[in-house]
Ligand binder design. Structure first.
Ligand code: WAQ
Ligand code: MG
Length: 244
């Protein structure tokens, strides 16, 4: 569901999947259900689109996961900034991005932020950039969740699949994310070195301001960065040996 918002209405929900044709009906039904029964409200507009993928599929491992228990959003946000710094985002750049997070809370995709210039890289305004064409088959995800003692929720599956895809790009440095859904306050910071670092409180319950920032290094080759996020098909497949 990727609604148009020329009327200024608020974005309720989105979702992107990568599936074999025989799962089409089940998948579209699930997306419909997700859009119609959402904690952000009732949609007055919805778009469901599918397209055949011709590019070769790439299969990758999920990022390693760690859950950081924090007692309040202030502690969570402080930890997030610390982790971003460790992954290579300069402190000044973290501050610059954080200054603009309130302005970006209505963006329907992600903001791409260049750590080289300290400026927003994409020019998509309120639309943002949507990573697409990634998925994680349920059976493998459930096996992974059991092994890693993480709840087997589709929200976690989708977030970790997205973060794993996004982080594997050569120009990617780190990602910062928390939901815009009022009933979900766990967020994460992710990167090649630190993996997927869940943080159990990134905002207060009841608030609808979310965040998703992809930090990239603009001094690297970024010509195809946005195209790759949108078009490169990636499947997640966990193999236990990689986690030992
Ligand atoms: N590409 C880019 N940005 C996206 C995408 C996408 N495919 N999907 C969502 N976003 C952006 C968009 O601006 C949303 O408003 C925002 O991210 C939040 O999306 O416990 O649920 O789906 O480990 O509400 C993370 C923690 C949960 C999960 C994140 O985000 C866990 C979440 P939501
Ligand atoms: Mg949401």
């Amino acid at each position: 569901m990727n609604g148009s918002h020329e009327d200024g209405g608020k974005h309720i929900s989105g979702g992107e999947r990568l599936i074999p044709f025989h799962e089409m009906k089940r998948t579209i039904n699930a997306l419909l259900e997700k859009g119609l029964s959402h904690s952000r409200g009732k949609p007055d507009f919805m778009q469901i689109q599918f397209e055949e993928v011709h590019e070769p599929l790439k299969t990758i491992q999920p990022l390693p996961v760690h859950t950081n228990e924090v007692s309040c959003p202030e502690e969570g946000q402080k930890l997030a900034r610390l982790l971003l710094g460790r992954e290579g985002v300069p402190r000044k750049v973290i501050e610059k991005a954080y200054e603009q997070i309130p302005e970006w809370s209505g963006v329907r995709g992600a903001v791409v932020f260049d750590i080289h210039t300290g400026k927003r890289f994409d020019q998509t305004k309120e639309k943002g950039v949507r990573a697409s064409r990634m998925d994680w088959p349920d059976a493998n995800f459930e096996k992974w969740a059991l092994h890693c003692h993480v709840p087997a929720h589709s929200r976690i599956k989708e977030a970790l699949a997205l973060a794993s895809k996004v982080s594997q790009h050569p120009a990617a440095v780190a990602e910062l994310c928390w939901s815009d859904d009022p009933d979900y306050i766990t967020g994460y910071v992710a990167g090649k070195k630190m993996g997927y670092q869940r943080i159990t409180a990134m905002k207060e319950y009841g608030t609808e301001e979310g965040c998703r920032i992809f930090f990239i290094d603009g001094s690297k080759d970024v010509n195809t960065y946005i195209h790759d996020l949108e078009k490169q098909p990636i499947l997640i497949e966990w193999e236990e040996e990689h986690d030992l």
